[in-house]
Design a protein around this ligand. Structure first.
Ligand SMILES: [Zn+2]
Length: 288
């Protein structure tokens, strides 16, 4: 059931768990994520970057495919189709294409411009009943062309951003996209607490969920994080499982070359990982 992320995130925040945001890359990812959410009776957010949408041909293709799969598989748990790290133009395109949620990442813009553009998009999203995620301060690592350096968000800027009426807020607290460097110092819970205090209980978003120790993720959820983004980790387990299939020469046995068989170990690995994440985040059984 495709809906905006607003209700599911507010409920998660109130009940102290987090909704997994799983980045999707193709049909296999969508189907696996939806079936796993249904099986675990958990809400889920399907995240799509501009790059992934371009790979699948367009935002429209993604929206039509996700809606069709959701309907065909009789998915009844809450699902949000969400633009990840959108530009202003991508956000508008996704609103038109039939997404139910968008992130506007204006963190690389001057703060005043980030605020102005976010405000315009809040109005557009409210009109269409979509949820909007805003971002303050850059998050370390590389997400498409948005490059950050592991900054921490300024709680006062977060306060101004939250006051615009956004539904959730991504704020840098030392998290990084992709694999974490060995000298990473961990999440900064003082910054998280300060942001939380200034933003009037708005659900917070933790990006770069791959490689953050479980205990830190749990603590972040206890301090107001209601959405955790996972992308790289799904890609890693998918690649490892398909690699093993080929190294074991299973593709050379019978019709093992059939893509439906070749990719099956990869999707099975994503399924298992999503269950682990839902269990860690506390979202199992939380679908209304
Ligand atoms: Zn991100």
């Amino acid at each position: 059931m495709l809906i905006s992320a607003q209700q599911m995130l507010n409920k998660a925040k109130k009940d102290h768990y987090a909704v997994p945001h799983i980045n999707i890359n193709n049909l296999e990812w969508v189907k696996t994520a939806l079936l796993t959410a249904q099986e675990q009776n958990s809400p889920i957010i399907l995240g799509v970057s501009k790059g992934a949408a371009t790979y699948m041909s367009s935002f429209k293709t993604v929206a039509v495919m996700v809606r069709a799969i959701d309907e065909s598989l009789n998915i009844t748990v809450p699902v949000a189709l969400h633009l990840d790290h959108g530009t202003y133009d991508s956000a508008k395109a996704c609103i038109e294409a039939g997404f139910t949620s968008v992130m506007f990442d204006g963190s690389s813009l001057p703060f005043e411009e980030n605020l102005t553009k976010t405000k315009e998009l809040v109005a557009l999203c409210k009109e269409r009943n979509l949820s909007l995620e805003g971002e303050v301060g850059s998050i370390g690592g590389v997400e498409d062309s948005v490059v950050g350096h592991g900054e921490f968000a300024d709680p006062n800027e977060c306060e101004k951003m939250a006051a615009l009426g956004i539904d959730c807020l991504a704020a840098g607290i030392g998290n990084i996209h992709g694999k974490y460097p060995s000298n990473w110092t961990g999440l900064n819970f003082d910054v998280l607490a300060a942001v939380q205090q200034k933003t009037n209980n708005i659900p917070l978003v933790l990006h770069g969920g791959t490689g953050i120790p479980d205990a830190m993720v749990k603590k972040a959820i206890s301090l107001g994080v209601a959405k955790v983004n996972v992308n790289t980790e799904c890609q890693l387990v998918f690649a490892a499982a398909v690699r093993k299939y080929i190294e074991d020469k299973k593709d050379l046995e019978g019709k093992g070359f059939d893509p439906r068989k070749l990719l099956a170990p990869g999707t099975e690995a994503i399924h298992d990982l999503i269950i682990k994440k839902m269990t860690l985040y506390g979202s199992v059984g939380q679908a209304e």
